[in-house]
Design a protein around this ligand. Structure first.
Ligand SMILES: *Cc1c(COP(=O)(O)O)cnc(C)c1O
Length: 354
């Protein structure tokens, strides 16, 4: 056959996710930790990998890593679930709580993966856009939720790409106002040092998403996890791929998690560099930066698309949102090493001055 029939109808208008990850000398576009795992921890991880039996299927639920995470959060194994990156767990959320005839409340601009997953699973997206300063339109969200037909909600805290935390009192109001599943995406909580974990016990409808990809320098390995009520985790178990977290990732994740205190100096450096960058950006004429609780900063600048291109031509890759809905004229820079940040700031200053 030289033709092929159409794919599923919900794919027709879907565009594959494109992280726009181009090779560059300075890679400050994907919110990764700018430093690779330190040599000693890497060696420990590699020797653990050497002992993995590659011919055997992995433990489907990564129970050893699951237990480590559960214990350090004061939870039971049944309240933790590992995934192939946080992204897989976001997809599983749409599979388990979305679907035809069901509704997802989204607060754009936010992580675009959420909306893609909804579309893929035939879930209706109910958008409640953020205000002009990108804060959550709390009254509008609470009013929409009061209609009683929302099945799940994602609160990104800090929000990506805009940078700010969701107010805790708002999330608590939301949890009390609805029985919809509320996922708080805490992919960047190590940089905001704020979590809703203390409220897990009181709210069956609260689930937290975390990742190894950002603070723990492990974006290349693909590990994320959920913390939530046992009955919610059980629904995720029904939709997940049995062996999505491979044996190699499991042992590397264990070594990293056991050594997580050693990442603290780099997290502290990223936070202090973020503060320094915010101060510097404020002194560049024509640049308006949004306050950030995370490891990236969103800023507006005239001719943002051109500015992005000129930075790229100088070997600096940041993320271009200049043509994205709600984010027109915006660029997002991830906090890099002090040297990378200096170079970015100096080049941006020159480009904006013409
Ligand atoms: C990076 C990120 C994730 C998860 O990324 P993974 O690499 O798949 O673990 C989840 N949510 C947000 C908002 C992110 O930025």
């Amino acid at each position: 056959m030289n033709t092929v029939r159409k794919s599923a109808p919900q794919l027709e208008t879907l565009v594959p996710y494109d992280p726009k990850y181009l090779p560059a000398r300075i890679m400050n576009s994907a919110n990764e930790n700018p430093c690779d795992v330190e040599e000693q921890i890497k060696r420990e991880a590699m020797s653990a990998v050497r002992n993995v039996k590659l011919n055997r299927y992995p433990d489907p639920l990564a129970n050893e890593l699951r237990d480590l995470i559960a214990e350090s959060n004061g939870l039971d194994r049944s309240q933790v679930l590992l995934g192939n990156g946080g992204d897989e767990l976001l997809f599983n959320l749409a599979l388990a709580y979305g679907g035809p005839g069901r509704k997802f409340l989204n607060m754009p601009p936010t992580f675009s993966v959420y909306e893609n997953n909804a579309q893929l699973t035939g879930t209706e997206v109910v958008n409640v856009p953020r205000r002009a300063d990108y804060s959550i339109d709390e009254e509008a969200v609470l009013a929409r939720v009061a209609e009683g037909d929302i099945d799940f909600i994602i609160v990104t805290s800090p929000n990506n790409p805009t940078g700010q935390l969701a107010p805790e009192d708002f999330v608590l109001k939301l949890l009390n106002a609805t029985d919809a599943l509320v996922m708080v995406d805490e992919a960047y909580f190590e940089f905001s040092r704020t979590t809703l974990r203390p409220y897990l016990m009181q709210h069956k409808n609260l689930v937290l998403l975390r990742t190894f990809s950002k603070a723990f320098s492990l974006a290349g390995v693909r590990l994320g996890y959920l913390l939530g009520d046992e009955c919610v985790i059980r629904e995720f178990l029904k939709v997940r791929q049995p062996y999505s977290v491979d044996a190699v990732s499991q042992v590397i994740g264990k070594v990293i998690y056991q050594n997580r205190a050693k990442f603290e100096p780099s997290i502290i450096q990223i936070i202090s560099e973020r503060e320094r960058m915010e101060q510097e950006l404020a002194t560049i004429p024509g640049v308006t930066a949004y306050p950030s609780d995370s490891n990236y900063i969103l800023f507006k600048v005239a001719d943002a698309g051109d500015v992005w291109q000129k930075l790229f031509d100088r070997g600096i890759l940041i993320r271009d949102f200049s043509r994205s809905k709600y984010l027109e004229g915006s660029l997002r820079v991830s906090v890099g090493t002090p040297e990378e940040n200096d170079e970015f700031l100096a080049e941006l200053r020159k480009i904006v001055a013409g």
